[in-house]
Design a protein around this ligand. Structure first.
Ligand code: FES
Ligand SMILES: [Fe+2]
Length: 333
């Protein structure tokens, strides 16, 4: 699967990997996640280098992952440390290794470094605003869509009064001013205003830029796939778009809020998530119909001014892919 290389990708929530190894598909590759005795998380390609069996059905023994087929045991660094058929004194070839990946747990997410292990970035593409002092609640779901269409759907403002006419798009605000968009390397900030079509002229680009200086962006995308919607200073929506494969994207959608007492948070979270599930199901109905599946192939899409955020997403995404194509072959997972 072609995705930007040398980036951190949110891939799971920590609670999804407990006692047993877990196999999931991410970025078009079957991966096994497992924890050693201190609870430290490890990720390897879910393919035993001996005869290709899935390691995900194996067991964790003495901080090693043991293949169920012939009992080879692999350490967290991927090195095979035991081959039962060779006996206790047998010499294990140095190159007998399972392929490993760099992972990190932070912000209640598991992050996978996809690319050159020598080039691991220090910082994660998460939002500093959400670091501390928030309640959060969310859910995950998988859609049969390419991640590009999934991301663009969230950046698309003009669909609200149509797809969400009886929820967040109620009120018939069909006219989009701007949006004003700023790009800073792999971060896209969008200021959007929607209003009713009363015939009044649209504000100029300068007026929109000036207005943007007065308030935080409506939404921010940190490529490859972390998105934030600023609903109010005390209420935000976070979405992690996780490429599973060419035909599937996993969503981790969370609300973050800092109002109300702590004891009420579970109920507040549950109610917001219920509403978010409904809103997302309205998007689902149209996004699964979009062709071509991957927006990188959608050269025939006739974009309009209101689609500026989507245009910028395509530009930045294409640039990251180009950069990935020039990365060294050794660095390609
Ligand atoms: S296939 Fe894994 S030990 Fe043989
Ligand atoms: Fe939507």
């Amino acid at each position: 699967m072609r995705v930007p290389l040398n980036h951190w990708y949110p891939v799971l929530e920590p609670r999804e990997v407990r006692g047993k190894p877990v196999t999931v598909e991410r970025l078009g590759v079957k991966l096994v996640f497992w924890r050693s005795s201190a609870g430290v998380l490890h990720a390897q390609r879910d393919r035993c280098p001996h005869l290709g069996a899935s390691l995900g059905t194996g067991r964790v023994v003495n901080n090693t992952l043991v293949c169920p087929f012939h009992g080879f045991a692999f350490g967290p660094d991927g090195q095979c440390v035991k081959v039962p058929a060779l006996g206790r004194e047998g010499r294990i070839p140095k190159g007998l290794c399972a392929e490993t990946f760099v992972v990190r747990e932070a912000h209640n997410l598991v992050w996978l470094w996809w690319g050159d292990a020598e080039a691991v970035a220090d910082s994660l593409p998460f939002f500093a605003d959400l670091a501390d002092g928030w309640h959060h609640h969310g859910f995950s779901t998988e859609w049969p869509v390419h991640y590009t269409r999934a991301i663009e759907n969230q950046m698309d403002i003009a669909h609200l009064p149509f797809v969400h006419h009886n929820t967040i798009g109620a009120g018939g605000r069909t006219v989009i001013e701007g949006p004003y968009v700023e790009v800073d390397d792999s971060v896209i900030r969008v200021w959007a205003t929607a209003r009713k079509d009363d015939g009044s002229p649209l504000r100029s680009a300068e007026e929109l830029e000036q207005a943007a200086r007065q308030r935080p962006p409506t939404q921010v995308l940190q490529l490859p796939g972390c998105w934030l919607l600023n609903i109010s200073p005390a209420f935000k929506l976070f979405l992690a778009f996780v490429p599973v494969n060419e035909r599937c994207t996993r969503y981790y959608l969370r609300s973050y809020w800092r109002f109300g007492p702590r004891w009420l948070a579970p109920l507040v979270g549950w109610l917001i998530s219920l509403s978010n599930r409904h809103i997302l199901s309205q998007d689902y109905a149209v996004v699964v119909t979009q062709t071509p599946a991957n927006s990188s192939d959608a050269r025939g899409d006739q974009l309009i001014g209101a689609d500026r955020a989507i245009v910028q997403f395509r530009r930045v995404h294409a640039r990251l892919l180009e950069r990935s194509d020039t990365a060294t072959v050794e660095s390609t997972p």
